[in-house]
Write a protein that binds this ligand. Structure first.
Ligand code: CA
Length: 225
C-alpha cells in the first residue's frame, strides 16, 4: 500500500515515514503543497496524509485541489490545531479523517488501516486466500498452518496480491502500489520479487496460488482462470 505524506516539518516527516515503512507501507514525502499536488496528480496513492499548516499553499487548499481531481483517495489531516472548528473545517474540505498533533503513532496506524479498509468488502484485518493467510496488524503470513517469513517488500507485494485476489494485476499497478517514486520502470525488479515470493509461498505446495498472466502481469487466485 502506497502512502503520500505532505508535511513541511522534516523531523516529523522523517519520523512518520520511518514508522510507516516499518509497517511495510511504501511512502513518498512532499515537503510542500505544490510538490504534494504534483505527486498526487502523477502517481496512484492508496492514501494521502496532509499536514494542514504548510508553508506556501496550506493543507486545506491542497486537499481541496486533490478532491477536485481525485474523488476516491482517502485523505487524513494531521494538524497541530485541535479545536472543534479546525476539525470541522478540515473534514468539510474533503478529508476523511483528522488527527491532532501530538498523536500516538499506534493511533495513526489504526486510522490508516481503517481508512484503507473502507473500500473493501471484507473489513477484517486478516486476508485469506485458500490456505494462505496474512494478518495486517501483526504482519504474520501463514500457509497451511506454517509461518512464512517475508522481507518488507515481499510482504507488501503479497498484501497487494491478496487485496486483489482473483483479479489480474498488471506490472504497472504493482509498481504504483508497492514501489515509490524512486522505482525504475525499465527494470525487471517486479518479476524478481514475484520469483522470491513464489519460492516462499508456493514452492513445495501442490496448489500454486501466484499465477503468471501472459503479456499482462500476475494473479493470486485459487485457480488459474
Ligand atoms: Ca507544518
Amino acid at each position: 500500500m502506497r502512502i503520500l505524506l505532505i508535511e513541511d516539518e522534516k523531523k516529523i516527516a522523517s519520523f512518520v515515514k520511518r514508522g510507516l515503512k516499518e509497517e511495510h507501507y511504501t511512502v513518498d514525502v512532499a515537503y510542500d503543497g505544490e510538490k504534494g499536488l504534483f505527486l498526487a496528480g502523477t502517481s496512484q496513492y492508496d492514501l494521502i496524509i496532509i499536514d494542514i499548516m504548510l508553508l506556501g499553499k496550506n493543507g486545506i487548499n491542497v486537499c481541496r485541489e486533490i478532491r477536485s481531481e481525485k474523488v476516491d483517495v482517502p485523505i487524513l489531516f494531521l494538524s497541530a490545531k485541535s479545536g472543534l472548528n479546525d476539525k470541522i473545517f478540515g473534514l468539510d474540505a474533503g478529508a476523511d479523517d483528522y488527527l491532532s498533533k501530538p498523536f500516538a503513532f499506534e493511533e495513526l496506524l489504526a486510522r490508516i488501516r481503517a481508512l484503507l479498509r473502507r473500500k473493501r468488502e471484507n473489513k477484517t484485518t486478516t486476508l485469506i486466500v485458500s490456505d494462505l493467510t496474512l494478518d495486517q496488524i501483526s504482519h504474520t503470513v501463514m500457509r497451511g498452518g506454517k509461518q512464512i517469513s517475508l522481507t518488507s517488500k515481499e510482504y507488501s507485494l503479497l498484501e497487494y496480491f491478496m487485496l486483489n485476489a482473483e483479479h489480474v494485476v498488471t506490472r504497472t499497478m504493482i509498481s504504483e502500489h508497492v514501489w515509490n517514486e524512486d522505482f525504475d520502470s525499465f527494470s525487471n525488479v517486479i518479476d524478481v520479487y514475484v520469483k522470491y515470493l513464489r519460492n516462499k509461498v508456493d514452492k513445495g505446495f501442490k496448489k500454486q496460488l501466484i499465477h503468471s498472466i501472459r503479456g499482462t502481469g500476475y494473479m493470486l487466485a485459487q485457480k488459474k482462470k
